[in-house]
Design a protein around this ligand. Structure first.
Ligand SMILES: NC(=O)c1ccc[n+]([C@@H]2O[C@H](COP(=O)([O-])OP(=O)(O)OC[C@H]3O[C@@H](n4cnc5c(N)ncnc54)[C@H](O)[C@@H]3O)[C@@H](O)[C@H]2O)c1
Length: 367
């Protein structure tokens, strides 16, 4: 079986605890090298996952290691610059979310990838879940009528490193991004956005040090999909901690889709789904679907892209969708800052899933 040779940039929390074990377990992946500016992290992640080469400089890894796909798991501000270097060095790229932190960087990534015939895209991989497929199929079939109103909510008490609270971070880029991908993935490209956003908890303490929050930690945005179709997304680092289950606030009813003749409620988070509940005007009860995730998890964006590349299949996670998601988020922050509605211009291949793909159950990422 063809394996895609993979290099990883960033050996922090997401890399060490989530992506590396998933990549190491994939039959489509040969892990070649890892890189972190913190040498101890690079050494540890390489050693724990049987990776023979480690680097402390991305330029050195791109020049010295033989791999085809870079998984870029560095902080958000590094996504654009590192991905551009990788594309210029002839590598496909999967960025953790977001694709970049401004459209100038994102434009450069899409242009470079197109020029070189390479794939660039970004997490989240929410459109790959069987739950997303079930919802997309129900909408495409007209089962719940025209979806005119939708709602997403994702927040918690805040992440573990100070950079999440600095410029280029914030709750929308870290958490709201999931709901933006899910709702645009289901309803199509949005044409406008209006938002309120701000810093509700201005001082934080992490690792024993107090610091000022610089990126918005509380955002509410309204999306206009045209034809009278609207969605609202709420996201924040300012929600309560739950007694059990870590920092996550509440994984019930995180996504709600209201159609003219039926409705869908998400079970679990869109990044960690447990299925959907669906009812129509003629059903007596909510029907539960797509409970089995067939191996899908939020952490297998890298292995899923490696699988697509190995099999020569188109991935449902497109560069254009990642770009549109970024435009929505930047537009929301602009709207909040100016008090004006912001028009959105980008689009992406939609439906995200071909109707026949949406109808079939998901293929497990490792099959
Ligand atoms: N923390 C989460 O729960 C979570 C979940 C999903 C996705 N993400 C995303 O994953 C990415 C990483 O998040 P994290 O929580 O692992 O952060 P982290 O701060 O724990 O790890 C980032 C790592 O990147 C390294 N790094 C920074 N600049 C670098 C450079 N130029 N070259 C090489 N390495 C560099 C840092 O030394 C650090 O080890 C972010 O984009 C984040 O948005 C985080």
């Amino acid at each position: 079986m063809a394996r895609i040779r993979v290099g990883v940039a960033g050996c922090g929390s997401v890399s060490a605890r989530h992506y590396l074990p998933d990549l190491a377990a994939s039959p489509y992946v040969e892990l070649v090298a890892v890189c972190d500016t913190d040498e101890s992290r690079a050494v540890s992640v390489a050693g724990n996952n049987g990776v023979r080469q480690y680097y402390t400089d991305i330029d050195a890894m791109l020049a010295g290691a033989d791999f085809e796909l870079l998984c870029n798991l560095t902080p958000m501000r590094e996504h654009g610059p590192i991905a551009l270097k990788a594309l210029r060095a002839g590598r496909h790229v999967l960025n953790e979310k977001p694709l970049a932190v401004n459209l100038h960087e994102a434009d450069a990534l899409l242009e470079e990838a197109a020029r070189r015939g390479l794939v660039v895209t970004a997490a989240p991989n929410a459109v790959l879940s069987p739950t997303f497929r079930a919802a997309a199929a129900a909408i495409a079939s007209g089962e719940i009528g025209k979806v005119c109103a939708a709602r997403g909510r994702y927040g918690h008490s805040g992440p573990h490193e100070p950079w999440f609270y600095k410029s280029g971070g914030g709750a929308l880029f870290d958490l709201g991004v999931y709901n933006v991908v899910t709702l645009t993935g289901l309803l199509g490209p949005a044409v406008g956005v209006v938002a309120l956003s701000g810093i509700a908890v201005p001082r934080r303490t992490l690792h024993g040090e107090e610091f000022s929050v610089e990126a918005d930690d509380n955002t509410t945005l309204l999306l206009d999909f045209g034809d009278g179709v609207q969605a609202v997304i709420q996201t924040g680092f300012v929600y309560p901690r739950r007694a059990k289950g870590g920092a996550g606030y509440d994984d019930r009813a995180t996504i709600e889709l209201l159609g003219t003749s039926g409705a869908i409620n998400w079970l679990g988070y869109d990044w960690e789904p447990h299925g959907i509940e669906l009812c129509t005007e003629t059903s007596d009860n909510w029907e539960t679907r797509a409970v089995d995730q067939h191996g899908y998890t939020w952490k297998n964006g890298g292995s899923a892209l490696a699988r697509s590349l190995a099999l020569g299949e188109r991935s449902a996670m497109t560069a254009e969708h990642a770009y549109h998601t970024l435009e929505v988020m930047l537009g929301a922050l602009e709207s909040a800052a100016t008090g004006r509605r912001v028009a959105l211009h980008s689009t992406f291949p939609w439906p995200v899933l071909e109707p026949e793909d949406a109808m079939t159950s998901a293929t497990a990422v490792n099959e």
